[in-house]
Design a protein around this ligand. Structure first.
Ligand SMILES: C[N+](C)(C)CCCC[C@H](N)C(=O)O
Length: 264
């Protein structure tokens, strides 16, 4: 099983992440606050995504990464491989994403003296508290919504990337850096636009049950969110998600492509 893609996925994900982190934390005062935890988690998650994607294509089309420039796979195969990668990475991402959402929603980090202390002291304490209070399953709260969010949208991600690269690259050649940057950026935007409605629901499910449980399940969360806030609720964060998605995924794909070319 080729492993280069796993390693390239890790490094390129980390590069994209450094750029995207300020967008993720825009609500907080310190822009690069808490970078080490996301860097560690992206190592697992992005390498699973790219590694599984590439190996799924290898199974479906019997071509390696190098051979795929000369013999491009069909869009159906790209989509299926992207969905497989998205599905498996979602399970790895779930506990990390839960901790990120719980910590980012802590609004007391710079509390005045005398006001209540934040519930979680940091990522490790957050993970340990969830584990103690709710058991291992607690760490997967919202995982189902996350899987539904990521499975089809990772298919869209890779189709957009490969489609744009194909469009602007002469037959059989490698795409130029500019093409990779633009195709990666638009792949990020396209997949985030499609993912935003379920992203809203996913985050609400992850925050549910902190004091008492509000939602009976994902469907209940969707219905009551729309009842209370209207259909616009599904587009919460769309602008910031897209603004973040372009640079993050441009850099992710550029470093991924270059690492793989460099290795072989
Ligand atoms: C599938 N979904 C749209 C959620 C993500 C697609 C891009 C993944 C990338 N690591 C990023 O953080 O932007």
């Amino acid at each position: 099983m080729p492993v280069e893609e796993f390693v390239a996925g890790w490094i390129s994900g980390a590069a994209g992440l450094v750029l995207g982190h300020p967008f993720d934390t825009v609500k907080l005062l310190g822009f690069f606050k808490g970078m080490s935890f996301p860097i560690a988690s992206i190592a697992v998650v992005n390498s699973v995504l790219f590694g599984v994607y590439s190996n799924a294509l290898l199974l479906l089309t019997a071509t390696s990464h190098q051979e795929r420039r000369a013999q491009p796979p069909s869009y159906m195969h790209i989509f299926l491989a992207g969905c497989t990668g998205g599905f498996l990475q979602a399970y790895c991402l779930a506990p990390f994403d839960l901790i990120k959402v719980r910590l980012q929603n802590q609004t007391e980090p710079r509390a005045q003296p005398g006001s209540p202390r934040p519930r979680y002291k940091g990522p490790m304490h957050c993970a340990a508290s969830i584990f103690q209070e709710e058991g291992p399953r607690g760490l997967f709260r919202g995982a189902w919504a996350l899987t539904l969010r990521d499975t089809p949208t990772m298919g869209i991600y890779f189709i957009t990337y490969e489609g744009l690269c194909h469009q602007y690259t002469p037959e059989g050649q490698n795409p130029s850096s500019a093409t990779v940057l633009v195709a990666g950026g638009f792949a990020g935007i396209a997949s985030w636009v499609a993912a935003t409605p379920l992203d809203v629901i996913k985050s609400r499910m992850q925050m549910d049950g902190l004091r008492y449980k509000v939602y009976r399940g994902m469907l209940d969360c969707m219905v009551s969110s729309v009842r209370q806030e209207g259909l616009g609720v599904f587009f919460r964060g769309l602008t910031i998600n897209s603004a973040r998605a372009f640079p993050v995924n441009a850099v992710t794909f550029l470093s991924y492509e270059y690492l793989l070319r460099w290795w072989g």
